[in-house]
Design a protein around this ligand. Structure first.
Ligand SMILES: *Cc1c(COP(=O)(O)O)cnc(C)c1O
Length: 640
């Protein structure tokens, strides 16, 4: 098909520009189209032109680039300010940084006929002629003849803009285009990009405003810039398939899908393992019996008869839910009894129960510390502590793992500041124990609060399982003892023990305590009964501690370096893939012991994290130690 490019421009002295058009049409329509165009210019409402420029050029088929129209999304906005907010949001989404400055430069383009070609990063203006700017021309939409004929009479802002935007952002070096029409009656504008498509913003300026302008955001080198300008000004483009209201163009899930794929490639993707029985020393998994060597239920209390008995009685009497937050209707007798039991167990004046350990840290730290304060946090602290520190807005200073000299050095760098030192009591991945005497002494010397997270310490260390203070024989010395009821206690919930001042304050200030429905009375009863059992039968904690000694020696006899004073015994592997393989071999032999990988531990420091229970037998542990050694050995031979 022979085609022609037509460009018409009509003006007069009073009005300046009156009417303009640009088309690429088949030869057989040329004559009729031109006369319609002239008729439109001559009878324009803005006045009679005294100058009409009609330029007609033949276009060869092979010169034409055919492009599919951008997908269109519409964002409804009710005023110009809101419209600009939307544009700003999309620019951020495209990864641009100097968004405010870009919007300011856009305003400068209002006075220009063409567009600003702006370097998206340096914000340098790249148009060869700054007065005129860059004009994208030689483009049209490919439509049915009838549609074109009917469109000839008037203008369709939307179609013209979509054609232009499609051409412009199809260039690989154009990141986005921003446009507001200078027609005072037309307030809709857009942002377009290859990634977003054409995002139509219904109100981007106030009605009656003559403002209007365009910015092309460019990223590339000098050669690419020349080529891009050439493309915008000379390349003939026909745009196809224009449909208003096409389906949404933005793939909202793009970044998320890409990240998932990348996790899979790095062997960091997490699969959920579904246990087909209660949590106990022997579980059902993949339809077989497995020795559980990874559970935090150290005292094997999740399926304990007397605890279940207590919980069932409360279930029968109090039902399943608590029906409200602690400060409204969600505090039952069971909640209070548990708090009293906890306070007694830990030898403190008072205790508060939170919904989880995670929520406890997220509530305590922001309640006690605020902007201007300082929190000293061990580099291996649990994620919930890290998040709590962030939420507090206090300055967080990370000290080297359990290194009191480093901690003191850092405290001395910030003399006199109000703040807190926080550490895991038993570190959740390595199973080692905080230097509590050192930490408490520094806290007291420098007037800082001391806070210990006893998630893996309660029910595990100390002669009767009371945790870190008992382990170090320094009862009552820590300011804030936080922990969870979800590990050795076998239930759910987090807690804080300390002075009444502390607990009263938290009940009034800790947001995760105040704004969350409290746990069910059943859970409270289970936790309370578990604490009582630890007190009534100290043999259980002792058996757990004996099991740890036994298992570590069994591993050592098999040539594996293993030490621990807690119930967590790390077995270092290194590579993520190797750790996964070893774990899989053990799983197949009936030992449930998963690999721990980044981001839980550092990259390249993957390990098996064995966690023992009081109810494991010595025979089971010896067998497991031998199997672990064999699985690791097998892997290393395979790698040679
Ligand atoms: C598990 C854990 C928590 C979170 O407790 P949950 O009750 O499971 O939310 C907090 N801190 C540490 C050190 C933990 O290991």
């Amino acid at each position: 098909m022979n085609r022609y490019s037509i460009k018409m421009r009509a003006s007069n002295k009073e009005e300046g520009h009156i009417s303009g058009a640009e088309k690429i049409i088949p030869e057989e329509e040329l004559e009729q189209y031109c006369s319609r165009l002239l008729a439109r210019a001559l009878r324009h409402s803005k006045g009679k032109p005294d100058f009409i420029n009609l330029k007609i050029e033949a276009v060869k088929e092979e010169e034409i680039l055919h492009l599919p129209a951008l997908n269109v999304t519409t964002v409804e906005t009710s005023n110009a300010g809101e419209g600009m907010e939307v544009v700003s949001g999309y620019l951020h989404r495209l990864g641009l940084e100097r968004v405010e400055e870009i919007l300011a430069l856009w305003k400068q383009s209002y006075a220009m006929r063409g567009a600003i070609l702006l370097d998206a990063d340096t914000l340098e203006r790249l148009e060869p002629d700054r007065e005129r700017g860059i004009r994208a021309t030689y483009m049209d939409m490919e439509t049915e003849d009838a549609a074109r004929k009917s469109a000839c009479g008037g203008k369709n802002h939307f179609n013209e803009a979509l054609v232009l935007a499609t051409k412009v952002v199809s260039h690989p070096n154009i990141i986005a285009e921003l446009c507001i029409s200078d027609d005072p009656d037309y307030v809709t504008g857009y942002i377009a990009s290859g990634e977003l498509g054409y995002v139509r913003i219904t109100r981007l300026k106030e009605l009656g405003s003559p403002d209007g302008g365009r910015v092309f955001l460019f990223r590339g080198n000098e050669r690419e810039r020349e080529e891009c300008i050439q493309y915008l000004q000379q390349q003939k483009v026909l745009v196809h398939n224009i449909k208003e209201g096409q389906e949404k163009s933005v793939n909202k899930w793009k970044r998320i899908e890409e990240e998932l794929q990348s996790l899979r490639e790095q062997h960091l993707y997490r699969e959920i393992r579904v246990i087909e029985s209660s949590q106990r020393a022997h579980v059902r998994y993949r339809n077989r019996n497995m020795l559980m060597l990874a559970s935090n239920s150290y005292l094997d209390f999740c399926d304990e008869e007397r605890i279940k008995e207590s919980a069932s009685q409360v279930l029968a009497e109090y039902g399943t839910g608590s029906g409200g937050s602690r400060l409204t209707t969600g505090t039952t007798v069971c909640h209070i009894e548990l708090e009293e039991t906890l306070a007694r167990f830990k030898g403190r004046e008072s205790a508060v129960v939170f919904n989880t350990g995670f929520a406890a840290n997220g509530g305590i730290l922001p309640a006690l510390c605020r902007a201007g304060d300082i929190i000293y946090s061990d580099e291996l602290n649990h994620a919930s502590i890290i998040d709590g520190c962030r939420q507090s807005r206090a300055e967080t200073v990370i000290y080297r793992h359990n290194d009191m000299a480093d901690l003191e050095r850092k405290i001395r760098e910030h003399p006199g500041r109000q703040g807190l030192i926080v550490s895991d009591g038993v570190f959740s991945m390595d199973g080692d124990i905080v230097n509590l005497p050192g930490l408490v002494e520094l806290a007291d010397t420098y007037g800082l609060l001391s806070m210990i997270d006893e998630a893996h310490a309660t029910g595990v260390i100390g002669a009767t399982g009371r945790g870190c203070e008992e382990h170090f024989h320094m009862e009552g010395r820590t300011d804030i003892l936080m922990g969870t009821l979800s590990k050795a206690i076998g239930a759910e919930g987090g807690y804080v023990c300390g002075s009444r001042t502390l607990t009263e304050y938290l009940k009034n200030r800790a947001r995760s305590y105040i704004f969350s429905t409290s746990l069910s009375p059943v859970t409270m009863a289970a936790a309370k009964r578990a604490l009582e059992l630890i007190e009534e039968e100290p043999g259980r904690v002792r058996r757990l501690q004996e099991n740890v000694r036994w298992f570590c020696s069994a591993l050592q006899e098999n040539g594996i370096d293993a030490h621990s004073e807690s119930a967590i015994i790390p077995i270092r592997i290194g590579g993520e893939e190797k750790a996964m393989q070893v774990s899989e071999v053990l799983m197949e032999q009936g030992f449930f012991i998963p690999a721990i990988r980044y981001p839980t531990v550092k990259k390249g420091e993957a390990m098996l994290r064995a966690a023992l229970m009081a109810t494991h037998t010595k025979e089971e542990l010896s067998e497991a130690a031998a199997a672990i050694a064999a699985a690791i050995g097998q892997g290393s031979i395979g790698e040679l």
